[in-house]
Write a protein of this length. Structure first.
Length: 378
DNA sequence: AATTGTCCCAACCGCGCGGTC
DNA sequence: TGACCGCGCGGTTGGGACAAT
C-alpha cells in the first residue's frame, strides 16, 4: 500500500510555523473545530498538510497546554509512569493533562533519561545497570511480575486514553474559552465552578497498589487475570502482611490503602506520614546526611550513585518549586538511610547493592502513594 | 570576537491500527 | 475480504540557542 505523504504533495510548506500560520490555524479550529485534518488546510487557507496542522495544534497551539519547565512532581510522575508503561508517551501524557506526549518524550530523552543514567539506573528497565545482583532473588521475580502486570495496566491505559481522546472529539465545536484541560471538557458543567477533575481513568494508583499488593500477599501473579480488574485486591485487605521489599523487618510498605493496618497498628498512611516526617527530621541535619550519603557512595564503584551522584540532588534543590522533602531524591535518601540498617553496619558491601533495586522500586511505590493523597496528578 | 561544540525542542517521518467502502 | 484512507504514536532529525574555548 502506497500512502501519499505530506512531502509528496507539491506546494506544501514544511518547517517552522510562522505566527501568521499559527493564527490561521488557531482561528479556524476555534471557530469550526478541527474536523478532518486532511481537509483542514484548504479550508483554513494553509499551505500545509493536515498532518502538520494536527501536530502543530496538538503540540503547540492547543489552549490546554502548560508550557515551560517541568516541576519536580511532574518529573516524578513521568518517571513513575515510565517505569510502569515504558515509552508509551501518549498514555503517560494522559496522566499529565496539560503536557503533550511530544513534550514529555523530549523531556525524558533530554533530561530524565540522562539523569537516571547518571544514577546508574537503566532508564529502560528502571533497574540498576549492574543487574547481576538481585538475580534469582525473590524480588527479581517480583519485578518480572510487575512487568507482566504493567502490561495489563498499559493495555488498560491505552484503552482509556483512547476513550479520553474520543470524548474530546465528541465536542464538535470546541468552545472559544477552551482554556480548561481536555479533562474539564469531559466533565464540563457550565454552571459549575468545580475544579478540574482528573479523568476517571486515573485509578492507576489503585491498579498499581493492587499489582504490588497481590504480588506480595498472594505470592503468585501468574494468573492472566488483569490486576486492574474489579476484584477487590486491597481495600478489603486487613492486617497486610507487610513483607517489605526492604530487608528491614520493621519497614513497611507505605502504599497500602487507608483502611489497611500495618503490623505496627498504625494505618499505612499514618505510617507514611510519620516516616516522611522522620526523614524530614533527618534531612534537617545536612551534615549528617552528607556523611551518611558519602559513606554510601563510597561503597561500591558500580553503585547507582557512583560518579555523578549529585546530579539528581543538585537539580532538585535548584528547582525553586521543590519542597524540601517532596522529592524522589529525598525519598531515596530516606530509604537508604532509614530503611536499611545495613548501611551503618559492617555488611554494607553485601547488602547495599542488593537493596538498590528494592530501594528504587519502593521509592516509586512511595511516591505513587504520596501523590495519590497529596497531588493533583493522581 | 570568532569559532566550535553541545544541548534542546519543534517538527518531520514512517509505521501500524481501526474504520469504511 | 481486501484496498484505501485518516489518524495517532513513537523514533528521529534539523537547526536555533547557548556554552566553552
Amino acid at each position: 500500500m502506497v500512502k501519499s505523504q505530506c512531502f509528496e504533495k507539491v506546494g506544501l510548506k514544511k518547517g517552522p510555523w510562522t505566527p501568521e500560520e499559527d493564527q490561521k490555524l488557531l482561528a479556524y479550529v476555534e471557530e469550526h473545530g478541527h474536523g478532518s485534518w486532511q481537509a483542514l488546510p484548504a479550508k483554513a487557507g494553509l499551505q500545509r498538510c493536515g498532518k502538520s496542522c494536527r501536530l502543530r495544534w496538538t503540540n503547540y497551539l492547543r489552549p490546554d497546554i502548560k508550557r515551560g519547565k517541568f516541576n519536580l512532581q511532574e518529573e516524578q510522575s513521568i518517571i513513575q509512569l515510565h517505569a510502569l508503561l515504558g515509552n508509551r508517551w501518549s498514555a503517560i501524557a494522559t496522566h499529565l493533562p496539560k503536557r503533550t506526549d511530544n513534550e514529555i518524550k523530549n523531556y525524558w530523552n533530554t533530561h530524565l533519561k540522562k539523569r537516571l543514567d547518571k544514577m546508574g539506573i537503566d532508564p529502560v528497565t528502571h533497574k540498576p545497570k549492574a543487574d547481576s545482583f538481585g538475580s534469582g532473588s525473590g524480588h527479581s521475580k517480583g519485578s518480572a511480575n510487575l512487568s507482566h502486570m504493567a502490561q495489563w495496566e498499559s493495555a488498560r491505559l491505552e484503552a482509556e486514553a483512547r476513550l479520553v481522546r474520543e470524548s474530546k472529539l465528541s465536542v464538535p465545536n470546541p468552545p472559544k474559552n477552551l482554556l480548561g484541560s481536555a479533562v474539564s471538557a469531559q466533565v464540563s458543567d457550565k454552571g459549575s465552578a468545580a475544579p478540574t477533575e482528573r479523568p476517571r481513568c486515573l485509578d492507576v494508583l489503585k491498579a498499581w497498589q493492587g499489582v504490588v499488593f497481590s504480588m506480595f500477599s498472594v505470592g503468585s501473579s501468574d494468573s492472566l487475570e488483569s490486576p486492574t480488574s474489579t476484584l477487590n485486591f486491597s481495600e478489603n485487605a486487613l492486617a497486610i502482611p507487610l513483607i517489605g521489599v526492604q530487608k528491614n523487618p520493621t519497614t513497611t510498605l507505605a502504599f497500602a490503602t487507608n483502611n489497611a493496618t500495618c503490623n505496627s497498628g498504625t494505618t499505612a498512611s499514618e505510617f507514611d506520614r510519620g516516616n516522611q516526617l522522620e526523614c524530614f527530621e533527618k534531612l534537617k541535619e545536612p551534615a549528617q546526611v552528607k556523611r551518611n550519603l558519602d559513606s554510601s557512595m563510597a561503597i561500591h564503584d558500580t553503585s547507582p550513585f557512583a560518579g555523578d551522584h549529585n546530579a539528581w540532588f543538585v537539580d532538585s534543590s535548584a528547582n525553586e518549586n521543590a519542597p524540601i522533602i517532596d522529592g524522589f531524591s529525598e525519598i531515596l535518601v530516606c530509604n537508604s538511610l532509614d530503611h536499611n540498617p545495613t548501611f551503618s553496619g559492617e555488611n554494607i558491601n553485601d547488602n547495599y547493592a542488593g537493596n538498590l533495586e528494592d530501594i528504587y522500586w519502593n521509592s516509586l511505590l512511595n511516591l505513587v502513594d504520596a501523590s495519590q493523597t497529596g497531588s493533583s496528578v493522581f
